[in-house]
Design a protein around this ligand. Structure first.
Ligand SMILES: Cc1cc2nc3c(=O)[nH]c(=O)nc-3n(C[C@H](O)[C@H](O)[C@H](O)COP(=O)(O)O)c2cc1C
Length: 198
């Protein structure tokens, strides 16, 4: 029997467009009975309420029904994920605003989302960044390059035009599957996503 402790995946949600992807990633990790910790930046709460039909508070409440789910306030720098001694499976920042990219690329860690991502970098744990901005100027690109150089995986949300997907929901499902595969999480794929996982 595998007695390995279950370490959490941290999902950091910052204030950029695309929070439908954050919601689907948390739903998918919880459905797989994986441990999940979320941290919402203050700006992400505005975006959540603008882009989704449910409020972030309602979603946190629903996820809290799962025993494998925890949310920490972004100001709670005493949370375990702020410490390198607390083991995690790494972190996904989805979506990642250019503000958070800039902070992380320059070692600024003045909230729990940034601190826990910085911990992943210093402890060499996986950090997947899903940036959302267009167009990107040279400072955005330079900060993303710094993070990539430090080992973070940068995954823009580019749609797979070659698959002929028809709806936003299909594109989100595809992207979430791609992120889960990138994290090494076993993921069943419908035939329409045939190029993934091969
Ligand atoms: C509705 C809305 C959408 C936004 N979309 C983006 C975006 O796609 N990318 C981005 O970098 N910033 C976006 N912003 C601006 C960020 O929220 C802002 O820079 C904020 O300071 C980010 O803080 P955070 O990194 O702590 O979440 C958006 C703001 C709002 C209110």
């Amino acid at each position: 029997m595998n007695m390995q402790p279950k370490h959490p995946y941290i999902v950091g949600i910052s204030g950029a467009s695309g929070v439908i992807i954050s919601k689907k990633i948390v739903d998918s990790l919880l459905a797989k009975e994986l441990e999940v910790v979320t941290v919402f930046s203050n700006a992400s709460k505005l975006v959540w309420d603008q882009e989704l039909s449910t409020s972030y508070q309602t979603d946190i409440l629903e996820w809290s029904e799962y025993p494998n789910y925890t949310n920490y306030a972004v100001g709670d720098l005493t949370a375990p994920i702020a410490s390198g001694s607390y083991h995690t499976n790494g972190m996904i920042i989805v979506p990642c605003s250019m503000n958070s990219v800039a902070s992380l690329g320059n070692g600024i860690t003045n909230n729990l989302l940034l601190r826990s991502a910085d911990v992943c970098l210093k402890e060499k744990r996986p950090l997947t960044i899903i940036p959302r901005e267009t167009p990107l100027h040279a400072i955005h690109l330079s900060n993303l390059t710094k993070l990539a150089t430090m080992g973070a995986t940068i995954m823009p949300t580019d749609p797979p035009f070659y698959l002929g997907l028809q709806t936003t929901a299909e594109i989100v499902d595809y992207f979430v599957a791609k992120v889960l595969i990138q994290l090494g999480i076993e993921t069943e794929l419908p035939e329409k996503f045939r190029y993934l996982g091969k």
